[in-house]
Design a protein around this ligand. Sequence first.
Ligand SMILES: NC(=O)c1ccc[n+]([C@@H]2O[C@H](COP(=O)([O-])OP(=O)(O)OC[C@H]3O[C@@H](n4cnc5c(N)ncnc54)[C@H](OP(=O)(O)O)[C@@H]3O)[C@@H](O)[C@H]2O)c1
Length: 344
Amino acid sequence: MALNKQLRLARHIREHEAVSLDLFDITEEAIPAPADGQFLVKTEALGTSPAQRAYLMGSDSRFHPPLSIGEIMRGRGVGHVISSRHPDFKEGDVVACSTGWQYYSIQDGDQSRSPVKTLQKVHYPQEPLCLHLGTLGASAFAAYFGLLDIGRPQAGETVVVSACAGGVGSLVAQIARIKGCRVIGIAGSPEKCAWIKDVVGVDATVNYKTDNLEEKFAELCPNGIDVYFDNVGGDILDAALKNLALKGRAIICGLISTEYENTPPPGPRHYYNLIYKRARMEGFFVWDYFEQFEAAEAELMTWYKNGDLTPTEKIYHGLEAAPEALQSLFSGIASGIKVIDLDR
Ligand SMILES: NC(=O)c1ccc[n+]([C@@H]2O[C@H](COP(=O)([O-])OP(=O)(O)OC[C@H]3O[C@@H](n4cnc5c(N)ncnc54)[C@H](OP(=O)(O)O)[C@@H]3O)[C@@H](O)[C@H]2O)c1
């Protein structure tokens, strides 16, 4: 008889400790049955997000409630509806939602009371389904709305992207290129810089570990940075703010370089430039765009089918590989969008 395999938190993570399978207990239990208004999802693939590290910390992080010992690890996944007692979700539908790190999950079809809507019906399912977590899913929605709605890039403008070899960043760079912008990508090794040039198609690269950031931005962007898409915060954000163009836009998507330190670092030194350059710095939250996901999915699908949008999924295999996949976001050992195929 098939069972529901799960990763449950066994202990909280220490500051600077790597995410590993040691933090979890592997459990198995009976596959649950949906009640009225619910449906059962068989997960095919899981996504990763730096925010998941905060769940493991055991204290309220700045944004995320902690996971209790024994709870199933939270996370987004994609899969098929295999039985349903909700009229809007039928057997065979593909959904992306908060599945947690487990094989099967019960979903409540009614999101009207949820403060944040995350249950997404996939309208144009593509194989492999993990694309609907990355190139055609949540990573792409963050890139799409952050860049186009907050950054509003114009053809010919210069767009600089941090963590450009990562999930969101590699998609921001491609969308900016599609929109006719000149794109400069930042990454943490010569191999990743070569990858964002060859695969993602950026015009120029910056290695934040070896280049002098302020000098390099000034050299590559003599008229300033029109749009800076920030995934990392810290010194990279600071150097970009110093080099903003007149009416420049800094989009704050994430702050992986500092978010998981117990003491928040001092704020950016060069934010005064927002005054001199009449510039704007604005954060966003991708789930606020939930009602527009279907329209974004359709446009992303067109670019994907035309060959304008190259998928960059880096696939890990098996539920037990999920901690390693999550850790790769912090160790920076792999390029692309990190997803876990459950291989069943
Ligand atoms: N606002 C929203 O609604 C929203 C939605 C989704 C994601 N996000 C945020 O978007 C960002 C990207 O998420 P993702 O899932 O696509 O992750 P990701 O970019 O695939 O992985 C993180 C990347 O960050 C870089 N990095 C790690 N530590 C760093 C450090 N100390 N300094 C500089 N760079 C560092 C690494 O690249 P290198 O190897 O090049 O260093 C790594 O590949 C995250 O900050 C995430 O929290 C926000």
